[in-house]
Write a protein that binds this ligand. Structure first.
Ligand SMILES: NC(=O)c1ccc[n+]([C@@H]2O[C@H](COP(=O)([O-])OP(=O)(O)OC[C@H]3O[C@@H](n4cnc5c(N)ncnc54)[C@H](O)[C@@H]3O)[C@@H](O)[C@H]2O)c1
Length: 352
């Protein structure tokens, strides 16, 4: 359902920013950042399958409630706003995607294709590339066996690209579509733009937020452990104690994508970047959680299917390209993530 019909008050050349999936975990943190950066200067348009909460609506000038895979909704947004930048967050995450693979493909691939098309058409009309920020994921990687994962260790963007989940396959597909729209769109046209969609993607590790409890992801055991501990609940972890994948805090994740967005295009040597912060095992996360919440009871009840997914993701990611091209550096290492961000905020959240 389309809510307001607000014609973009752009007129100042900057155009409007569209944020899809604005009702999700990352949308929560990102909307506030975008609003403080662009307040009064640029229209922000938000959309999500579910209606946005009033606190999120306060950050934006127009909201749409609907499905990104519905072309009519995309057409309505294109007709009503002068879109010059798209932050495409909407997706079905890994666990939900594996339960409904065809729906995941519809949302994650066809919905993303709709957004890329919107970006390309807007860029053609504006005669200027439209920036497209895409949170990809370490699920885009796939290692065949646990032994191969351990042997591979820290991997760079070109390695191990055979994801085993529909979610990972979908994200890889969108990365490739992004490459097409950025570099080869309508390549037979003699008057084509050199870059139509300025596609920029980050393969995020598992993200831990103090403000929101995740749902539907396979890296959720990290944040779930902490949120349960803070609420005095026992936690049964769905992966083995030695399961290891990279994580980062939500503020670092949001800062990284904001920094990538503002980097000059000439300084970017690739379209898709790893970012990394810390890569603890499940047991190391549990030990850290116990430092702050000593009474927590954490047990391990691995679900073979979800364990298999985590075993197919890399132990850690080499983010040297992001560091070199746009100066990426995480603020929170493993210790600081807990002592300076997660624990203080989570104590306030749960009134401890
Ligand atoms: N959270 C993580 O650990 C993590 C890690 C790597 C990448 N990412 C990526 O970051 C993005 C945001 O993740 P998140 O953690 O905020 O996820 P989330 O599940 O909290 O948010 C996704 C949002 O997309 C919306 N959505 C789902 N289907 C939709 C549809 N058909 N049309 C419109 N909206 C729809 C949902 O309602 C939800 O509000 C996703 O693309 C995700 O793949 C997240």
């Amino acid at each position: 359902m389309i809510e307001p019909k607000t014609r973009a008050p752009s007129g100042i050349g900057l155009g409007s920013i569209l944020v899809t999936g604005a009702g999700g975990e990352m949308g929560h943190a990102l909307l506030a950042q975008l609003a403080s950066l662009w307040h009064g200067k640029r229209e922000i348009v938000a959309m999500d399958l579910k209606e946005l909460s009033p606190d999120r609506k306060a950050h934006v000038q127009a909201t749409y409630t609907g499905d990104i895979s519905d072309p009519r909704l995309v057409e309505a947004i294109a007709a009503n706003h002068d879109i010059s930048e798209i932050w495409h967050l909407a997706a079905l995450l890994s666990t939900r995607g594996e339960r409904s693979p065809e729906l995941a493909m519809q949302v994650n691939v066809m919905g993303s294709a709709n957004m890329l098309r919107l970006a390309a058409e807007s860029a053609t009309r504006r005669k200027c590339p439209v920036k497209f920020l895409f949170p990809s994921t370490i699920a885009a990687y796939g290692v065949a066996t646990l032994e191969a994962k351990r042997a591979a260790g820290t991997i760079h963007e070109g390695q191990c690209l055979e994801p085993i989940t529909m979610y990972g396959v979908n994200k890889r597909a969108v990365e490739e579509l992004g490459r097409y729209y950025a570099r080869h769109y309508r390549l037979l046209n003699t008057d084509r733009m050199e870059c139509t969609v300025d596609f920029r993607a980050i393969r995020f590790p598992g993200i831990i937020s103090a403000d929101t409890v995740p749902t539907g992801g396979t890296s959720d055991y990290g944040p779930e452990m902490l949120h349960c501990a803070a609420q005095g609940k026992a936690y049964a972890c769905f992966v083995r104690p030695d399961a290891r994948i990279p994580f980062m805090t939500m503020p670092d994740a949001v800062r990284s994508i904001m920094e990538l967005a503002s980097a000059p295009r000439e300084s970017l040597s690739q379209l898709v970047y790893n970012v990394s912060a810390f890569a603890p095992s499940a047991e190391e996360i549990a030990a850290k959680v116990r430092e702050f919440f000593p009474k927590v009871e954490i047990t391990y009840v691995p679900t073979p299917e979800r364990q298999q997914i985590v075993d197919s993701w890399p132990e850690d990611c080499d983010d040297s390209a992001a560091r070199k091209d746009w100066g990426w550096k995480p603020e929170h290492d493993f210790a600081k993530a807990f002592s300076e961000y997660l624990v203080p905020k989570i104590k306030v959240r749960y009134g401890i």
